[in-house]
Design a protein around this ligand. Structure first.
Ligand code: HEC
Length: 153
């Protein structure tokens, strides 16, 4: 009788191990999927596509430039963006902890190109159900002022 109990345990254990092994393919797929880079996670590698190639921000925020940026933001962006809350588009609060300054400028100045070619912008477009970021025809100086305003959020 003991032998039978032992046998049942061995068979049951073998089945459990075998079933676990049957999952091997999908586990492998999961590992492979993880090795594909997520552009959100690797945002520091992306400067975007558009007119801005290199932009280093000074350590100090320029308050005057930022207040000019606030005015521009209020008149041209608030139809779709709220400073601190997701709206039709994302909230710009803390944006510099997830996007490069060049990327932000290019997104403001050349959103059509960004959405077509930049991996982060492509992912954003999907996340926001295909509603695209609008080109508000800002000049480079205006976009730079808005970016300075974003630094104050
Ligand atoms: C008609 C609506 C609309 C207007 C107006 C608009 N945006 Fe957007 N914006 C969006 C949407 C939707 C997204 C996200 C989807 C996408 O990128 O395609 C977005 C994305 C962004 C992003 C990227 C945010 C992130 O978290 O990566 C920035 C930066 C941005 N907008 C800045 C601006 C600025 C600055 C203005 C004003 C000059 C502006 N937007 C005006 C709709 C708009």
């Amino acid at each position: 009788m003991k032998k039978i109990t032992y046998l049942i345990i061995v068979v049951a254990a073998t089945m459990i191990v075998a079933c676990g092994g049957g999952d091997g393919q999908s586990r492998k797929d999961k590992i492979l999927a993880k090795s594909v880079k997520d552009p959100y996670q690797n945002w520091q590698e992306y400067k975007g596509v558009g007119p801005i190639k290199d932009l280093t921000l000074p350590e100090q925020v320029d308050a005057q430039l930022a207040s000019k940026g606030l005015e521009i933001f209020d008149s041209k962006c608030t139809a779709c963006h709220k400073a601190e809350k997701k709206f039709i588009g994302p909230a710009p609060k803390d944006i510099l902890s997830r996007r490069n300054p060049e990327w932000i400028m290019n997104m403001i100045l050349a959103p059509e190109k960004m959405v077509a070619e930049d991996p982060i912008a492509k992912k954003l477009l999907v996340e926001f159900n295909g509603s695209p970021m609008a080109n508000q025809n800002l000049t480079e100086e205006e976009a730079r002022a808005v970016l300075e305003y974003f630094r104050t959020l």
